[in-house]
Design a protein around this ligand. Sequence first.
Ligand SMILES: Nc1ncnc2c1ncn2[C@@H]1O[C@H](COP(=O)(O)OP(=O)(O)OP(=O)(O)O)[C@@H](O)[C@H]1O
Ligand SMILES: [Mg+2]
Length: 255
Amino acid sequence: MTETGNATDRQGALVVLDNVNKYYGNLHVLRNINLGIERGEVVVVIGPSGGGKSTLCRTVNRLESIDSGTITFEGRPLPAEGKGLARLRSEVGMVFQSFNLFAHKTILENVTLGPIKVRGIPPKDAEKRGLELLERVGIAAQAHKHPAQLSGGQQQRAAIARALAMNPKMILFDEPTSALDPEMVQEVLDVMIELAGEGMTMMVVTHEMGFARRAANRVVFMAEGQIVEENTPEEFFTNARTDRAKDFLSKILTH
Ligand SMILES: Nc1ncnc2c1ncn2[C@@H]1O[C@H](COP(=O)(O)OP(=O)(O)OP(=O)(O)O)[C@@H](O)[C@H]1O
Ligand SMILES: [Mg+2]
């Protein structure tokens, strides 16, 4: 059993959220969130729609600001603007449900754009590494096509390669497989399982229990803006402690 722990226990973690609150107008979307993510850890965030999972994800690379509390990355508060923020965004990659590739660029260009523009890597070097990454996610043959010419699973693997091209210290995944046809889900999960095995720090919003069981160190169950419980995947899926989690699990398990 793992408890959230106090701030002192989490001091060495890569990311620490301490008493984080966020509102959209009157809506209290994140309520006193305390969470530490260790280097190399894979945390799966699961819970009902509207519970705040995406918002939580987006606060970590500061796509969303918070109203109170603190978030630190490598022990320092998240930068709010300027070069510091640009660096944070390059160190914390993000993969979205909807891929978000640039439609008018080739797959390889999508992967090399960040390294060339943000990191100042010479184009030839960025291309070499980009091709290696496309190879690694199994779509090297698609390098010179445009996103619309690829299947959803291939596009999502391209999005993962694009995130990796920045050499991130962590990757956030927000429901990376929920827009995919069922037969393409596993090819994306396999890439993510491999990344997890290589020690990438990951926060993954997903309801894919197979992935959670194979790759996650911890499952965080969120509802109504709160972390309701957290545990190992095995414990969580077989022996949830709260009625809220049991109720949620009974619904996704009968789907
Ligand atoms: N930009 C926004 N402005 C106002 N309200 C928002 C905004 N983004 C999200 N919300 C609201 O905040 C709450 C949390 O949303 P969030 O997208 O984080 O939930 P979620 O757990 O990711 O849900 P889902 O499983 O449907 O993706 C919801 O009530 C949502 O309607
Ligand atoms: Mg969401």
